[in-house]
Design a binder for this molecule. Structure first.
Ligand code: GDP
Length: 413
């Protein structure tokens, strides 16, 4: 596989209250990104991101595997973050290595207690987030009420990028407030066609009102956009998108999208939003090095920016023991590493030889010869590397900020 330019990589997590639809949305993402040849429904117990038997039985996702998907020549690595309250350590661990997240809430209940917990955890790591209000097909779904819970429960500044067209049984699509058009799905089934359409007449006023709110909020953070707005009375789609991305990365506001993953409406525009608004590894400062002895977490420390041409540095964030043996998932922050290379485990002060490396897809794994900055890959046969350890080139043997809690190896063989 050719090396993906850094600006075309997105390392994201999908996080949600249990039952809000994280698994279903992830499945659709994998389907629409063409990497999943079959689709698993949660009730069939054959979903592709669920590794553990126990998980299959309960229909929830505990482990955080990373899956690579491709959308419009962007590489999206989806790091599976668990939603259940008991697995906060797992959530924590995943948040450390992702650059952005899709936060799913459900269209009937809105923000639920576990969403609040996960939101606060993501705050701790300054993870840029977009919000997807799911299940708009359900009886009792109300986009506006669900969105209001973002203020009530999370106290956040959010801005809606879409309005629903219809609701419950009549939900057919969304108004895209950035491009001021409707997007309509032609059916409920997986792979249902969708197309652009004029905004329905009965939504015209509401669309204009929400478009204005969007413009007011997002241009307020950028002087050039503000000037454009004063000069022309409006801003271009390009300016709007640039400002939404700026505000999403800085956390100034959180963009809100909507749909129904189960009825296959809204997931493709959500993928567009992931590439348009969530950061690539070079849009953000990079991971910090670990505190030196005597320093605490708050000490000012060096950042390791994403750079393919600098000495290698990566963080092992997950070990899975599957039928092929131990797979160590590594997030690469800097440099390039090839099969056969020697590398330092700088956390332990030991050398490791790099064996086979794989990119994990929804239903297969692909052997790769090298990994480079921004990538996530699974390494086979690392001997002494545990979760939270840094692998780095001798030329600059940094130790990256690690996850400060004990983590068990999960055995799923
Ligand atoms: P998770 O616990 O967040 O991973 O949620 P799941 O994806 O497992 O979904 C929980 C339940 O809600 C399953 O029975 C799904 O089929 C159902 N579900 C997910 N998304 C939707 C949706 O958009 N509409 C409806 N009606 N049901 C959904």
């Amino acid at each position: 596989m050719a090396r993906t330019p850094l600006d075309k990589i997105r390392n994201i997590g999908i996080t949600a209250h249990i039952d809000a639809g994280k698994t279903t949305t992830t499945e659709r993402i994998l389907y629409y990104t063409g990497k999943s040849h079959r689709i698993g429904e949660v009730h069939d117990g054959n979903t592709t991101t669920d590794y553990m038997e126990q998980e299959r039985e309960r229909g929830i996702t505990i482990t955080s595997a990373a899956v690579t998907a491709v959308w419009k020549d962007y590489r999206i690595n989806v790091i599976d973050t668990p939603g259940h309250i008991d697995f906060n350590i797992e959530v924590n661990r995943s948040l450390r290595v992702l650059d952005g997240a899709v936060f799913i809430i459900e269209g009937v209940a809105g923000v639920q207690p576990q969403s609040e917990t996960n939101w606060r955890l993501a705050d701790r790591y300054n993870v840029p987030r977009i919000i997807f209000i799911n299940k708009l097909d359900r009886t009792g779904a109300d986009f506006y009420r669900a969105a209001a819970t973002l203020t009530e429960k999370l106290g956040i500044n959010w801005v809606t990028l879409q309005l629903p067209i219809g609701i419950e049984d009549t939900f057919v699509g969304v108004v895209d407030l950035v491009e001021m058009k409707a997007i309509i799905w032609k059916g409920d089934e997986l792979g249902a066609k969708y197309e652009d359409a004029p905004i329905p007449a009965d939504l015209a006023d509401k669309a204009a009102e929400y478009r204005q709110k969007l413009v007011d909020t997002v241009v307020g953070i950028d002087n050039a956009a503000m000037e454009e707005y004063f000069d022309k009375g409006d801003v271009s789609v390009e300016t709007l998108k640039r400002c939404i991305k700026l505000g999403t990365i800085s956390g100034e506001f959180r963009p809100v999208l909507c749909g129904t993953a189960f009825k296959n409406k809204g997931v493709q525009p959500l993928l567009d939003a992931v590439v348009d608004y969530l950061p690539s590894p070079i849009d953000i400062p990079g991971i910090k090095v670990a505190p030196e002895e005597g320093q605490d977490e708050t000490a000012d420390r060096r950042n390791i920016p994403a750079d393919e041409n600098a000495p290698f540095a990566g963080l092992a964030f997950k070990i899975i023991n599957d039928k092929y043996g131990n797979l160590t998932f590594v997030r690469v922050y800097r440099g390039v590493l090839r099969q056969g290379d020697m590398v330092m485990n700088t956390t332990k002060g030991q050398r490791e030889r790099i064996g086979r490396m794989f990119q994990m897809h929804a239903d297969k794994r692909e052997e790769i010869k090298e990994v480079s900055a921004g990538d996530i890959a699974a390494f086979v046969g690392l001997k002494d590397t545990g979760t939270g350890d840094t692998l780095a080139d001798q030329a600059d043997p940094v130790v990256l900020e690690r996850m400060a809690f004990p983590v068990p190896v999960i055995d799923i063989s």
